[in-house]
Structure formats: structure tokens, C-alpha cells
Design a protein around this ligand. Structure first.
Ligand code: FES
Ligand SMILES: [Fe+2]
Length: 347
């Protein structure tokens, strides 16, 4: 079950071209491409004739041509050409999805098209596109359920072990002061770890000569977006008050789009004020961060494999699960509301 009445990241802008891109979003096959004028289009990736994915075909003008028998569908999903016949049956069409392009992303509305409201496109990645900032991004296909990713990002104690060679140290699990707040359907988990030696990444790029105070502020909002600020300053110089010396921080924004029940499109976008003009240093920092993403994905995929062996195996809770549990409760409630709304509409 997925929340449907939301805008999801379907692709980064630079992934959508005049070459069709096939992607499964919320269990539905979707093909993305651009018209001649450059507008993004999202259609059902399943030809109305014999169900071949349209993404195997090619874009001709503003339409997409199926690879099998050359039927063509325009950006509204209407069939506009059947080779060898004049008549186009009205049922020969595919679903079209509302799309909005913003902040380097193509957002796709996965609910009823008539409910698509552009004002609800999340302001998620815009912060990372500011002047004087540098940013990088990756899209990963994860063989794991999207809620495993949400759990992970609301409990950053896992840096202690999963990312011990770069951004983590045992202090963030053992010594963090953690506060979990809920504001409507948003969840914020703030972690402060005071007066500890800098983990490798912080030492290398923050250039600290003494202990640091470090923060990890993770904000979740439905259906599955995150904005996370990670940073540090010299210990005891007022990091929490915003006056810390040698502050060094970065933001990671995440768009998590379920693909199937046990796979996920993970749009990970990192940005920061430039702390150096040595771009080789910045590239090294990014390399460490890509490694961090890979370490998380290895965890999600291993979890999913054990879940698949026995889907009924229970998960037990610890104190740090307060944030993940809140997010799961919010998603469950919203799923129930959508189901009730749908059955009300059907009645
Ligand atoms: S399957 Fe697409 S044209 Fe026949
Ligand atoms: Fe992680």
C-alpha cells in the first residue's frame, strides 16, 4: 500500500530527455520523456495494444512510438496513429500523469489527476540550488521497501557502525542528546553530541584541532521526504546557539519514491555553502558521501532479504525508534484516510 495523493520525484530533470525513461513508481509502470518544446511527459509505460513497455520505443515529435507495431501516443496518452488503419478506437489510449518540473526534479502526481494541485509540490531541493552553494546528487534503485529508508533517516545513531569509517563514531550512538518533535504530520529528530573527537569526515574537511559539538537534525514530511542538516563546531563555543567557532555543515535532502513493495527509488541530493575553493577537496568529500549512501543501501537490501524469508517476523523497538515509529504511525493513518476517501468516492 502506498500513499497516492502526493507529488513524488519521478526522475531528476537531467534524466528526462527525448530518449524514453521507463520507471516503476508506486507499482505502476511509467515512461518519462520530453516533447520537442522540452516539456516533461509521464505516461503509463504499457502500450494499449499488446502491453509492451512504451519505454522500449522512441519519441517522435511530441509523441512516443511503440517499438512493437508502431502505434503512437501523444502527451495526453491518446493514440494518434495506427499504421495501416484510419480508425483509432477510443479505448486505444494510455494513462497520463500530471507532472511538474522544479528544483532539478520532475515530480509526478500519482493520485487522481483531477486532484493534482501544483501548489502542493514539495519545496524540498530548492535550498540546495542557492548562489554560493555547491551540490551533488544521485539516484539509486534500492531493493528494499521505502519504509526501511525512512526508519534509517529518522534514526541517525546508525552512523556509529554503518558509517564508522567516515561520518560516524560510536559517540553519536552512546552520547547523543536526542529530541523528537511532531508538528502535524511532520517529524523532527534533533541529535546533539557534545564535546567529542571529530569523526574522520568532520576532521578532514572541518579542520578541527580539538573536540567538536556536532548536530544531526532530521526532518520528515509525508509521503516520504527528508531534509537533514549535519554539522559541527569547536566544542563549547556555542554550536547550539548558532555562534560556534569553525562551523562546518551540509544538508542532505531525500526524495524517497516507492517503486514496488520491496524496491525504492532513492533521490539523494546534498548541498552546502562552499567552505573552500579547492574543488578537489569538495570532490573528495562527495566521494565519502557516495560511499555513505552505498553503505546504507547495503543495509536496506540485506534487511529486505531477511524480511522476505519471513515477512511476519516482528521488529522490536529501542528508545531511538521514537522518530521512526511516529513516521510509521503518520503514514498508516494517512493510508487509512486515503482508503476511506476512496471507498467514499466509490460508494
Ligand atoms: S504492442 Fe504496442 S503497438 Fe503493438
Ligand atoms: Fe546512513
Amino acid at each position: 500500500m502506498f500513499l497516492r495523493n502526493y507529488w513524488y520525484v519521478g526522475a531528476y530533470s537531467d534524466e528526462v530527455t527525448c530518449e524514453p525513461l521507463g520507471r516503476v513508481l508506486l507499482g505502476e509502470p511509467v515512461v518519462l520523456y520530453r516533447t520537442e518544446a522540452g516539456a516533461p511527459v509521464a505516461l503509463e509505460d504499457r502500450c494499449a495494444h499488446r502491453l509492451l513497455p512504451l519505454s522500449m520505443g522512441k519519441v517522435i515529435g511530441d509523441a512516443i512510438q511503440c517499438h512493437y507495431h508502431a502505434l503512437e501516443f501523444d502527451g495526453t496518452g491518446a493514440c494518434v496513429r495506427i499504421p495501416g488503419q484510419e480508425r483509432i478506437p477510443p479505448q486505444m489510449k494510455v494513462k497520463s500523469y500530471p507532472v511538474v518540473e522544479r528544483d532539478n526534479c520532475v515530480f509526478v502526481w500519482m493520485g487522481d489527476a483531477k486532484d493534482a494541485d501544483e501548489s502542493k509540490v514539495p519545496e524540498i531541493f530548492g535550498k540546495l540550488c542557492q548562489d554560493g552553494w555547491s551540490a551533488t546528487k544521485v539516484h539509486c534503485h534500492v531493493e528494499g521497501n521505502y519504509q526501511l529508508v525512512i526508519d534509517n533517516l529518522l534514526d541517525l545513531s546508525h552512523l556509529a557502525t554503518v558509517h564508522a569509517s567516515t561520518v560516524g563514531s560510536m559517540h553519536v550512538a552512546d552520547m547523543a542528546n536526542v529530541e523528537t518533535e511532531r508538528d502535524g504530520d511532520r517529524v523532527k529528530v534533533s541529535r546533539w553530541t557534545m564535546d567529542v573527537p571529530a569523526a574522520k569526515t568532520y576532521q578532514q574537511f572541518g579542520n578541527y584541532e580539538s573536540n567538536i559539538d556536532r548536530w544531526q537534525i532530521s526532518e520528515f514530511f509525508p509521503p516520504s521526504y527528508f531534509r537533514i542538516n549535519n554539522g559541527s563546531a569547536v566544542a563549547g563555543t556555542g554550536a547550539r546557539e548558532g555562534t560556534g567557532e569553525k562551523p562546518w555543515d551540509f544538508w542532505v535532502c531525500h526524495g524517497i519514491t516507492p517503486s514496488t513493495q520491496d524496491s525504492t527509488h532513492y533521490f539523494w541530493h546534498l548541498g552546502h555553502r562552499l567552505w573552500t575553493d579547492n574543488m578537489a577537496d569538495v570532490e573528495q568529500f562527495y566521494e565519502q558521501c557516495y560511499g555513505v549512501v552505498g553503505e546504507d543501501i547495503a543495509v536496506f537490501e540485506a534487511q529486505q532479504k531477511t524480511i522476505n524469508l519471513d515477512p511476519a517476523a516482528p521488529m522490536r523497538e529501542i528508545g531511538y525508534d521514537a522518530g521512526p515509529l511516529l513516521a510509521r504511525q503518520i503514514i498508516d493513518r494517512l493510508l487509512q484516510e486515503e482508503a476511506a476517501q476512496k471507498s467514499g468516492k466509490a460508494a
